[in-house]
Design a protein around this ligand. Structure first.
Ligand SMILES: NC(=O)C1=CN([C@@H]2O[C@H](COP(=O)(O)OP(=O)(O)OC[C@H]3O[C@@H](n4cnc5c(N)ncnc54)[C@H](O)[C@@H]3O)[C@@H](O)[C@H]2O)C=CC1
Ligand SMILES: O=C(O)[C@@H]1CCC=N1
Length: 272
C-alpha cells in the first residue's frame, strides 16, 4: 500500500479544471483518498458534472470548499487566484494547508491572501492522471515539515516530486510543467512522419508514443547518459545518423532549450 491520507483529512479543490481532474482522479485511482472525502467548486456547470461523475461533492461556493477541507488545492488560472482566495478567506484558518499549483504565483502573495493558512506551492504536470507526474514543491514561511511530507506523499503517489527553492519553480514550470505539451507535439510529429513514410495512422501513433515511453524508461532505469544511449542506437552510415543529421540541421536541440527558457521567462513575467 502506498501513501494514504489520514482518515480525517479532507481534500478540497477550488477550480475543477484539467489539472484538478488529473490530480483528483489520480489520487482516487491510487487509493490515496476516496472520492467522497474530496470536495470542489467551479463556476462551470460542465466541470461540476465531470467531478460529480466520479463521486466528488460539488460545493456551492469557494468558501464552502474551504469550510469542508483541511488541504485546499487552488487550481484556477493564475489571474483568478487572488479572487478565489478572497472568496475563501472568511473560512481559511491556520489549520488549513493551501496548496497552489498556479504557474508564476509567488508564495509571498499566496500567504498574503490565504488568511493565515500554511501555504505550499507545487508545480505538477498533467501526467498526474496516469501516475507519472514530474513535479516540484516549495514550502511557504508558515509550512511545517509535516506539511512538506504530506504534499510530497500526495504527489509521490502520482509520480515524482522534488523540493526546490521557490526561485527555481518557474524553471520547473518551463521544463516539466509545460513539457508534456512539447512531447505531445513530438509524438504527433513522429506519427506524421510515419504516415508520410506509408504507415497507417493508428500504427504510427502507437509506435511514436511507445518509442517515447521506452526511451524515457531507458534513461531512468539504466542511469546511462542520454548521449550514450543515442550513440548505441546510431550505427555507422546507418539510418539513425541520417535522421539525427536532419534534426541537427533543423536546430532540434536549440529549439527544445529555447522552449524551456521561453516558458521559464513567461513564468518570471507572471510572477511580476
Ligand atoms: N494544465 C497544465 O498542464 C498545468 C496547469 N497548472 C496550473 O494549474 C492551474 C489550472 O490550470 P488548468 O487546469 O489547465 O486550467 P483549467 O482552465 O482547465 O481549470 C481552471 C478551472 O477554474 C475554474 N474557475 C475559474 N474561475 C473560477 C472561480 N472564480 N471559482 C471557481 N472556479 C473557477 C474554471 O471554470 C476551470 O474549470 C493554473 O494556475 C495553471 O498554471 C500547473 C501545472 C500544469
Ligand atoms: O501553460 C501554462 O501556463 C500552465 C503551467 C504549466 C503548464 N500549463
Amino acid at each position: 500500500m502506498g501513501f494514504e491520507l489520514a482518515e480525517s483529512t479532507r481534500l478540497g479543490f477550488i477550480g475543477a479544471g484539467q489539472m484538478a481532474e488529473a490530480i483528483a482522479r489520480g489520487l482516487v485511482n491510487k487509493g490515496v483518498i476516496p472520492a467522497h472525502r474530496i470536495t470542489t467548486s467551479d463556476i462551470s456547470p460542465s466541470r461540476q458534472k465531470v467531478f460529480q461523475g466520479f463521486g466528488v461533492s460539488v460545493q456551492p461556493s469557494n468558501a464552502d470548499v474551504a469550510a469542508n477541507s483541511d488541504v485546499l488545492i487552488v487550481a484556477v488560472k493564475p489571474q483568478y487566484v487572488p479572487v478565489v482566495l478572497s472568496d475563501a478567506s472568511s473560512q481559511l484558518t491556520k489549520n488549513h494547508l493551501v496548496v497552489s499549483i498556479a504557474a508564476g504565483v509567488a508564495l509571498k502573495d499566496l500567504e498574503s491572501w490565504a488568511g493565515g493558512a500554511r501555504v505550499v506551492r507545487v508545480m505538477p504536470n498533467t501526467p498526474c492522471l496516469v501516475g507519472e507526474t514530474a513535479a516540484a514543491l516549495s514550502p511557504g514561511t508558515l509550512a511545517t515539515t509535516e506539511d512538506v511530507e504530506l504534499v510530497k506523499g500526495l504527489f509521490s503517489a502520482l509520480g515524482q516530486i522534488h523540493v526546490v527553492k521557490e526561485s527555481l519553480l518557474n524553471a520547473v514550470t518551463g521544463l516539466s510543467g509545460s513539457g508534456p505539451a512539447y512531447v505531445f507535439i513530438a509524438i504527433e510529429a513522429l506519427a506524421d512522419g510515419g504516415v508520410a513514410a506509408g504507415l497507417p495512422r493508428d500504427v504510427a501513433r502507437s509506435l511514436a508514443a511507445q518509442t517515447v515511453l521506452g526511451a524515457a524508461k531507458m534513461v531512468i532505469e539504466t542511469g546511462k547518459h542520454p548521449g550514450q544511449l543515442k550513440d548505441e542506437v546510431a550505427s555507422p552510415a546507418g539510418t539513425t545518423i541520417a535522421g539525427i543529421h536532419e534534426l541537427e540541421k533543423a536546430g532540434f536541440r536549440a529549439a527544445l532549450m529555447n522552449a524551456v527558457i521561453a516558458a521559464t521567462k513567461r513564468g518570471d513575467e507572471m510572477s511580476g
